[in-house]
Design a protein around this ligand. Structure first.
Ligand code: IMP
Ligand code: MG
Length: 179
């Protein structure tokens, strides 16, 4: 067990990288099975920045023809609305009529993933599947099916393997949990 310090907080080892790699292999095999004989070339979309390491490992385990793209979601408070507005930025691949797999680091409330899926469907995607490395099932309260789940975790804050605490911690190969 080791500890890291990021800004004002301390985190301790939660999941070692070897286990994460095994999870990526399992999820990659699930996606491969679903698309292998589908006659389709899906577009796997990395949600920046958090999913960059997950995508890097996952793509090694996709034994299919697959295209890769990325996007990011910008959040801001609407000037007069009460809710948070999320805007999709940076997607340069035309996904009209395509099967899309959104690759996320973690699904918490599900607000982000639902916003992304709605935007991709509005852009004409034929089918949008969701793949997340982590899911917090006690917090997720949306109807949308999460097609591929690496691991369900408790409702605690984690960092590492792409996930950050205020932009730090993404570069650690292991996952750490807030002490
Ligand atoms: P949601 O919209 O509530 O599902 O939150 C999803 C986003 O919040 C993720 O893509 C992460 O950027 C961030 N997030 C949620 N939980 C964690 C966590 O435990 N560690 C790091 N980031 C998190
Ligand atoms: Mg994220």
């Amino acid at each position: 067990m080791s500890r890291i310090h990021l800004h004002d907080k301390t985190f301790e080892t939660y999941i070692e990288s070897k286990k994460i790699v095994d999870i990526c292999a399992r999820v990659g095999a699930e996606i491969t099975k679903d698309f292998k004989d589908s006659g389709e070339i899906p577009v796997a979309i990395c949600v920046l920045n958090g999913s960059i390491m997950f995508m890097g490992e996952l793509m090694k385990h996709l034994d299919i023809d697959c295209e890769f793209a990325s996007l990011r979601m910008a959040s801001y408070e609407g000037t007069r609305s009460t809710g948070e507005v999320k805007e999709l930025l940076g997607l340069t691949t035309d996904i009209k009529g395509r099967s899309v797999i959104v690759v996320e680091d973690i699904v918490d409330t599900g607000n982000t993933i639902v916003a992304i899926c709605n935007e991709l469907e509005a852009k004409g995607a034929k089918e949008v599947k969701v793949c997340t490395l982590f899911l917090k099932p006690d917090v997720y309260d949306k109807d949308r099916k999460i097609d591929y789940v690496g691991m369900e975790i408790e409702n605690k804050f984690i960092v590492g393997f792409g996930l950050d605490y205020d932009q730090l911690g993404r570069n650690y190969p292991d996952i750490y949990i807030l002490c």
